[in-house]
Design a protein around this ligand. Structure first.
Ligand code: NAD
Length: 436
């Protein structure tokens, strides 16, 4: 099938590449000239495991091409995916300007029937808005489909190739048939393509993300309470998670959720509810608790250093909002950086993939190390923000030798508390006893 994907970020590029992998002829469109040039030269502009191999294969096979011209993608395609940003607006709502601007341009340039598929995460009613925006510019027939994306950064290729479900929000029968045909290779093992109306599809995505953010946040509150009463959140988690009604995923406590999706999606659903006269009280709490959780290590650090944080030097392990990505949008590490700099501390950070992005954001206000151990040299404490695999079994002797004091503030609960005690560390984590 002939496909265009407008916007080649984490979602668009994975969508385009994976659709090419199943034999479709794909044009990816982006306004970022530099990005398009890099992709034309065979460079994957983001870090996403396994993407490089299929990216390369499909470019060589001529099934994956890149352009900065919307018209080139549009003229080529029968199905046009919108994978455009929907960032948080000042009032917490989703900023639809990218989506609607492209919809208007599509309307102006449409020459024949196309299926326009919204893959961006958007509030209820956006498909209708996109339809009106295009229709205001053209008499040419078209259909609009809402097809929210559920991939996870770090597992995006796997998630796209083997989705647990595909949600198609559409009423146009041709569009539904074509979407089923396009996705058939991805659901051969029997996972469902769930067809529903556009509004329900749009809400499904927000509801799913908000539920997951709520689950994480609930567990963070349980962890905070564990610290007060001397319970161990690891035990509580194991006890809770083995109940199949609860499940053991998304129950790991830590320093809060971040990323390009949960923070803005929770806020957007909350705001959309308000605009419709509904107050999502639970989401209000989730937003507030998570804001506090992102810097919940700061009071622990202050307490340990008896409020003398100025002049202390910290090693940071992990900057990305989660492992296996270079995405730092809303990463708790950024909040930790600001909080510690504000207190007069200095920081040397190491992250396997996210350092260039953080450097572009914070410049030389912090230092960057060439390795995880180099970051710890002469630091007064180690702070862990992201649970990358390479941090899981460090050489504790090297760590002790490098650090001025054997102190770890672990925002991701990577290590066994008792083992850290035996190794002689002062170890402070989340929802577990403090080892000194
Ligand atoms: P992104 O910021 O990584 O990528 C967006 C891309 O769109 C950029 O390359 C940008 O240059 C391009 N762009 C902007 N305006 C354009 C225009 N007029 N024409 C062509 N290209 C244009 O965003 P993302 O993370 O891929 O997210 C896209 C959407 O998918 C968002 O709505 C997001 O909420 C949703 N989503 C994201 C994820 C995720 O894990 N990142 C998962 C599911 C859904």
């Amino acid at each position: 099938m002939k496909i265009a994907v407008i916007g080649t970020g984490y979602v668009g590029l994975v969508t385009g590449t994976c659709l090419a992998e199943t034999g479709n002829d794909v044009f990816c469109v982006d306004i970022d000239v530099d990005k398009v040039n890099r992709m034309r030269n065979g460079e994957v502009p983001i870090y996403e495991p396994h993407l490089d191999v299929i990216f390369d294969r499909n470019i060589k096979a001529g099934r994956l091409r890149f352009t900065t011209e919307l018209s080139e993608g549009l003229d080529h395609a029968d199905i046009v995916f919108l994978a455009l940003p929907t960032p948080e607006d000042e009032d917490g709502s989703a900023d639809l300007s990218y989506v609607l601007r492209v919809a208007e341009d599509i309307g102006k340039q449409l020459k024949s029937y196309k299926i326009i598929v919204d893959k961006s995460t958007v509030p209820v009613g956006t498909a209708e808005l996109v339809e009106k925006t295009i229709a205001a510019q053209t008499e040419v027939p078209f259909a609009v489909v809402s097809n929210p994306e559920f991939l996870r950064e770090g597992f995006a290729v796997d998630d796209f190739m083997k989705p647990e479900r595909i949600v198609v929000g559409a009423t146009d029968e041709t569009a539904i048939k074509e979407m089923k045909r396009l996705y058939a290779p991805f659901v051969r093992s029997g996972n469902p393509i769930i067809v529903m109306d556009e509004k329900s599809a749009e809400l499904t995505k927000y509801a799913a993300n908000s539920f997951l953010a709520t689950k994480i946040t609930f567990m963070n509150e349980v962890a905070n309470y564990c610290e007060l009463v001397g319970a161990d959140v690891d035990k509580v988690r194991a006890g809770m998670g083995s109940d199949s009604r609860i499940g053991n995923r998304f129950l790991f406590p830590g320093i809060g959720y971040g990323g390009s999706c949960f923070p803005k999606d929770v806020k957007a659903l909350h705001k959309a509810g308000k605009d419709s006269g509904y107050n999502f009280e639970i989401l209000d709490a989730v937003i507030n608790v998570n804001d506090a959780q992102k810097v919940s290590m700061v009071p622990k650090i202050k307490r340990y250093f008896k409020d003398q944080v100025a002049g202390k030097h910290f090693a940071f392990w992990g900057l990305a909002f989660k492992p296996e990505t270079d995405d730092i949008r809303e990463a708790p590490s950024l909040y930790m950086i600001e909080a510690l700099l504000e207190l007069g501390a200095t920081i040397t950070a190491y992250d396997p993939e996210a350092m260039p992005n953080v450097k572009a954001k914070v410049g030389d206000r912090i230092n960057f190390a060439g390795s995880m151990y180099e970051a710890t040299e002469n630091a007064d404490a180690l702070v862990i923000n992201t649970e990358w695999s390479i941090f899981r079994t460090p050489n504790l002797e090297t760590l002790k030798n490098n650090l001025n004091q054997a102190v770890i503030f672990d925002g991701r609960n990577l290590y066994d508390v008792n083992e850290m005690a035996l190794e002689g560390f002062h170890y402070i984590s989340v929802g577990r006893k403090e080892i000194s």
